[in-house]
Write a protein that binds this ligand. Sequence first.
Ligand SMILES: Cc1ncc(COP(=O)(O)O)c(C=O)c1O
Length: 400
Amino acid sequence: MSFISQSLGRVKPSPTIAVSMKASELKAAGKDVIGLGAGEPDFDTPDNIKQAAIDAINRGETKYTAVDGIPELKQAICRKFARENGIDYKPSEIIVGTGGKQVLFNAFIATLDPGDEVVIPTPYWVSYPDMVLLGGGEPVFAETRIEDGFKLTPETLEAAITPKTKWFIFNSPSNPSGAAYSHDELKKLTDVLLAHPQVWILTDDMYEHLVYDEFTFATPAQVEPKLKERTLTTNGVSKAYAMTGWRIGYAGGPEEIISAMRKVQSQSTSNTSSVSQWAAVEALDGPQDFLAERASVFKDRRDLVVSMLNQANGLDCLTPEGAFYVYPSCAGCIGKTTEKGKKIENDEDFVTALLEEEGVAVVHGAAFGLSPFFRVSYATSTEALEEACTRIQRFCANLR
Ligand SMILES: Cc1ncc(COP(=O)(O)O)c(C=O)c1O
């Protein structure tokens, strides 16, 4: 019998972190590797936000805070939800945690009982199924298709829901596909959800500000206010404000679930960093104009990557609405052999050979529950992206 718990035995370590680590190891060993595996903006945290943290330290804001966040940050989050999403939350309906990750984790630990099902569209962000398993629930996968732009159809959602469904996880723009749902596309899903009162909606809006081509972001409680009483709206500053290391995520939702999540957090981490919380107040209340400037840089990179990948033999890449990922199909490469004689049977073989033979690190689609695809993160410099896509083109051209 293993000393390690059975519930942890069902969980796998994050495959995206594993790819980043392998790329770093190869780099450290002197290999010329371009990492397109990480889900992290290459931009720096804006100076006004850094200054707010420095000021907080100098004022002595260095002690424990309320478990669920300082009142000033909770009020700033309420203002953000009202201003950007048209949703009214009270401070008692807000929780702040150590990144979006902890907020989601709290929600599952606080609500799942054995046998509870959680509907997760594929391709999914790698942590959803494993967090559900850690909470004792059962992930139920609802597949999307490249033909539908990786967006869930109302029919597929309806078919995935059972009397045991407790949550539906919605993530737009999506990690890993970049797909984002318009107001009307989302309304079709909320109409399905209205008919199933046992299902709660967990929306992960982490990439809200990373949308391109005049796309307008929408979130479930805004599109269908009748669902607000069973929606947990989660978000954070990690991606939009380039604050991945500060560890601030938050959620708005009915008091009952927020207080249950606070209980989980009170017996694990307590509050997230006091200094980071003051920085997040400035992020949400301070100037927002840099968001559009950065989005325009991401849009140019997306267009470059999509165009170069579509010129590679055997790849097919959609132009997604948001996030900083593309999710090309490598169906046309399966069954072929690389220049160095490696047979490509699936998307994992494709990414492994690409890393070994051309030094480009991407993540295989199987890690996100939909094959044969791979995820490219374009949150890196244009020069690195050009070089990486040139190598991918060469790799594909050499397949026999
Ligand atoms: C879809 C999605 N949700 C949540 C997170 C977690 O963000 P944080 O770094 O704030 O924990 C990530 C990070 O990769 C993500 O891609």
